[in-house]
Design a protein around this ligand. Structure first.
Ligand SMILES: [Zn+2]
Ligand SMILES: [Zn+2]
Length: 915
């Protein structure tokens, strides 16, 4: 089936909305996205990071999909069995909070309606909104195998979760215990360390006096959370602190409550912080908890789950935590126990979800004993079985994994994978089971109760690389697609998710879950700010698509980006990307117009003509571009690959080759037609993974008007990716480059010459209709080559009289040239240009106000000098050189080079103008 029958006229402008939905629907219906194991071929697998099932697409998703889909499409075209597996996540707290908010609008809580009814409401909402994000991914052009779409709460992944839990429990790697955890008062659940965001806040340091029991004065402690003193069970000093010699062993009276607590000596106390005496609150501080364990101190928890103080708080029981702070400070002040208060900036943990300050409390929760899982996961990155792109994140990962702490996996939520543990009312035994337990494993009693809590969402997404492929079943898919190829995600979830996938994948499968971790940067706004609803700087990808088209959005999000570095996103980028799609469309229209219905197009696919220097140059450039793009994709330099293609298409192909070819076509030379068709067809394939829609649309229309050659399939997305290295050896490629080099040099000289003359026209503000007189002086082969391109120079540089002379005749020629009958006065309206090894003498024919021009050039010189000095400063700054990414340094160097060249040029111009 051809998408566009030949003969249908090509619309003047590219309208993405006429194209995208139609093509996507056709691709999906044709089964191009499906991946079926084929042991004779390589596999390429990307598992999509599952977005929140009830979520909406944001730019981060769009960037993820743009990169993943580009890689998938590339490998599919390379002939690999390519699987892009989509899925969604139940997203524990995030989803539950939304439905609780809906309930709150009806003045209900989940407890009012009960677990069953609450879950029913969430499921109803998931059913209503659950495919929104899938359809949004379709609009992005993501070539996912939708038949394999998986939801974390599907039966397969749920079974994988329970199986993993049971296996880890039986291996002693999951335990239930009383530990310090992070508690969110507003979500009413435990959080893992990763779900807590630390923020610097301006608070106070309160200096509080604890009187000695024996009446010998007092000890002063400093704290940022005075209300926690209610839970103090000791005061600690450093044993080497002479200020407190003799204090350890004594007891002090706890303010407010009057409880007597010991003064202890502990090496961990920092003598220089505060007063050097530290209140120890094992129930509400992770370090104090550890100190308490070392000294056998009791643990007192003064906080209720809702953030009010409990009966341990004595007179303050029932107070909200923040009210209690004020009241206690007031009481201390009244009693003369508050020595002073000083402002103090310190880091406070906040719930990632609700933004509320997190309370460290001791609580009974389920934990994963992480070290035995972390060690092999650490080794896999260290020994290169998994590589992380960019590499600098490997060190971040290693450092984190070396210091990892046990993972709290129970959440006091209802939405999620319920913990598969049943407690026996008779004997107290814990039964852990994959299937619903009916009786206690210990005593056989039916009096068992399942744990009320659910598992951390990351527990199920940690299994995602294999639970989506069927694990714990050992099937053909798992065999073929695991380990997957690339895990592509934002660097911000390296620990949340990537590290856990590695640990869980290696534990369950005995092998790494993926070969490469590709971390992209965050999408920020134009000023480099994080996008957020509160800042109001969020750009909706669907609006961007409606305005600019999907290809433009994908290209804008990824082109020029480098792995791991944030990008600044703006509508300028979108506009530039849309202009590129339009440029390509115009190129397509031109080439189709030139080839449609033409005789003699045979051979366009495999054997385009290479006799003319312009054709050789173009074919050589196209081949080098293809080599470079393949190399860049292999190094995961997606953004650079796109930039290279953009430059080739826009500059080499459209601005130069097509313009050169037009001159030849006008003069009856037919050869460029086949070259145009050949290069465009390849360029479309090269660009397809990045801009899937516009390339398919042009490709369909182009191949419909050309003789069928090359055994091309019916869609570009399953056509082979151009990869010269797959057909030719390094030596053959080198030999070809060398054979094409003379022709390429000549064309590049021609281009430089035209460009130089155009620059003079622009710089001296020569009217477009005014033509120039040019004398071109050079040695023989070059002059010969340029003589052959005289029409090009006339037409593209706007010179109507051109003379060519050899170097040895230059002197006479120039003096004759000066007397060619045109007005040549002593204002010096002759400009000498040096382009590579030729000299061009241009006569401006008196049409320029040279005085004004001199003034303008002097002004420009001053500003360029300043710019150059700034760049030199930066590039001489060793700090900048150490810290900036290589690409940035490279770009700054290029800017400096071009600034210096410009300055040199201005100096020359001023000299030509006699000043
Ligand atoms: Zn919270
Ligand atoms: Zn029992």
């Amino acid at each position: 089936m051809t998408m566009n029958p030949a003969g249908e006229p090509l619309p003047k402008t590219y309208d993405p909305h006429q194209v995208e939905g139609r093509l996507y629907e056709w691709w999906e219906r044709s089964g191009y996205f499906r991946a079926t194991p084929d042991p004779a071929r390589e596999s390429f697998t990307i598992i999509m990071p599952p977005p929140n099932v009830t979520g909406e697409l944001h730019l981060g998703h769009a960037m993820t999909a743009a990169i993943e889909d580009a890689l998938t499409r590339y490998h599919r075209m390379k002939g690999d069995v390519s699987l892009y597996l989509p899925g969604t996540d139940h997203a524990g707290i995030a989803t539950q909070v939304v439905v609780e908010r809906q309930l709150a609008a009806e003045e209900l809580t989940r407890h009012d309606i009960g677990r069953e009814a609450f879950l029913k409401r969430i499921w109803e909402w998931v059913d209503k909104t659950g495919d929104t994000i899938d359809n949004q991914h379709r609009r992005l052009g993501a070539s996912c195998d939708w038949e394999r779409k998986t939801f974390t709460l599907d039966e397969g992944p749920a079974r994988a979760v329970r199986t993993t839990f049971k296996n880890l429990y039986e291996a002693g790697l999951i335990y239930r215990g009383e530990r310090m955890i992070n508690w969110c008062v507003s979500c009413r659940t435990a959080l893992s360390d990763l779900e807590v965001e630390h923020e610097e806040v301006q608070g106070n340091l309160y200096h509080i006096r604890y009187p000695y029991e024996d009446g010998s004065g007092y000890l002063t402690v400093a704290t940022t959370r005075p209300e926690t003193l209610l839970g103090d069970t000791a005061v600690a000093v450093n044993p080497s602190d002479e200020r407190y010699a003799g204090a350890p062993g004594k007891r002090v009276r706890l303010p407010v409550l009057g409880r007597l607590i010991p003064v202890i000596a502990d090496e961990s106390v920092a003598m220089e912080f505060g007063t050097g005496a530290l209140k120890i609150t094992p129930g509400h501080d992770p370090n104090d908890f550890e100190t308490g364990e070392r000294h056998g101190l009791p643990v007192v928890n003064v906080l209720s789950p809702d953030g009010t103080l409990n009966e341990e708080a004595g007179p303050y029981a029932g107070f909200d935590r923040f009210d209690a702070r004020k009241a206690i400070v007031a009481q201390l002040e009244r009693e003369g126990l508050l020595e002073n208060v000083e402002p103090h900036a310190h880091s406070v943990g906040h719930c990632q979800r609700s933004g509320d300050p997190v309370e460290p409390i001791v609580s009974t929760q389920w934990f994963v004993k992480i070290r035995p899982l972390a060690e092999p996961a650490l080794a896999a990155v260290k020994d290169g079985r998994i590589s992380i792109v960019p590499e600098r994140f490997a060190r971040v990962y290693e450092n984190w994994m070396e210091n990892i702490r046990d993972w709290c996996i129970s959440r006091q939520l209802w939405w999620g994978h319920r913990i598969p543990v049943w407690y026996c009312g008779e004997c107290g035994h814990q039964t852990v089971a994959v299937d619903e337990a009916q009786a206690c494993e210990g005593c056989g009693s039916g009096e068992i109760q399942q744990d009320e809590d659910v598992l951390d969402t990351w527990f199920s997404s940690g299994l995602w690389t294999h639970s989506t492929l069927g694990w714990p079943e050992r099937n053909a898919d798992l065999e073929y697609f695991y380990p997957t190829s690339v895990m592509e995600t934002g660097y911000d979830i390296l620990f949340f998710w990537v590290a856990r996938m590695i640990m869980m994948g290696m534990w369950n499968m005995g092998d790494v879950p993926f070969r490469t971790v590709y971390l992209h940067g965050l999408v920020r706004d134009e000023q480099g700010q994080k996008m957020s609803k509160t800042r109001g700087n969020v750009r909706d990808p669907l609006d961007a698509i409606a305005q600019y088209g999907t290809d433009a959005l994908r290209f804008a999000l990824t082109t020029g980006s480098t792995p791991g570095n944030d990008i600044r996103f703006s509508d300028d980028r979108l506009e530039a990307a849309r202009n590129f799609a339009n440029k390509l469309w115009n190129v397509g229209r031109f080439v189709i117009g030139q080839t449609e219905g033409q005789e003699g197009m045979e051979g366009w696919y495999g054997t385009p003509p290479r006799e003319h220097r312009q054709d050789r140059w173009m074919l050589s450039r196209a081949q080098q571009t293809a080599v470079r793009v393949n190399d860049l994709i292999a190094e995961f330099q997606i953004g650079e690959a796109e930039r290279v293609l953009h430059e080739f298409i826009w500059s080499d192909f459209a601005d130069w080759y097509i313009e050169l070819a037009k001159v030849r076509l006008r003069n009856g030379d037919d050869q460029p037609r086949r070259v145009l068709a050949h290069v465009l067809e390849r360029v479309l394939r090269l660009l397809h993974p990045f801009m899937p829609f516009v390339t398919e649309e042009i490709w369909q229309r182009l191949t419909a008007v050309l003789p069928p050659e090359g055994n091309l399939p019916e869609s570009i997305m399953i056509a082979p990716y151009p990869d010269p290295k797959a057909r030719l050896s390094e030596e053959e490629l080198q030999a070809r480059r060398e054979a094409d080099a003379p022709a390429s040099d000549e064309v590049e000289l021609l281009i430089d010459l035209v460009r130089a003359i155009r620059n003079v026209r622009a710089e001296f503000k020569v009217a477009p209709q005014a033509s120039l007189l040019a004398l071109i002086v050079g040695n023989l082969p070059l002059v010969d080559a340029l003589t052959g391109e005289v029409r090009v120079i006339q037409s593209l540089a706007g010179t109507n009289v051109i003379r060519f002379v050899e170097e040895r005749d230059a002197g006479i020629a120039i003096s004759q040239f000066s007397n060619t009958g045109f007005a040549f006065d002593d204002r010096g309206d002759v400009v000498h240009l040096v382009v590579r090894n030729i000299t061009v003498v241009l006569k401006l024919m008196g049409s320029v106000d040279l005085g004004a021009e001199r003034e303008r050039l002097r002004g420009e010189a001053a500003s360029v000098e300043k710019h150059v000095a700034g760049l030199e400063g930066r590039l001489n700054n060793s700090q900048f050189l150490d810290k900036a990414p290589v690409e940035v340094v490279e770009r700054e160097r290029e800017r400096l080079e071009s600034g210096r060249a410009r300055l040199e040029r201005i100096t020359e111009l001023l000299r030509d103008l006699g000043g």
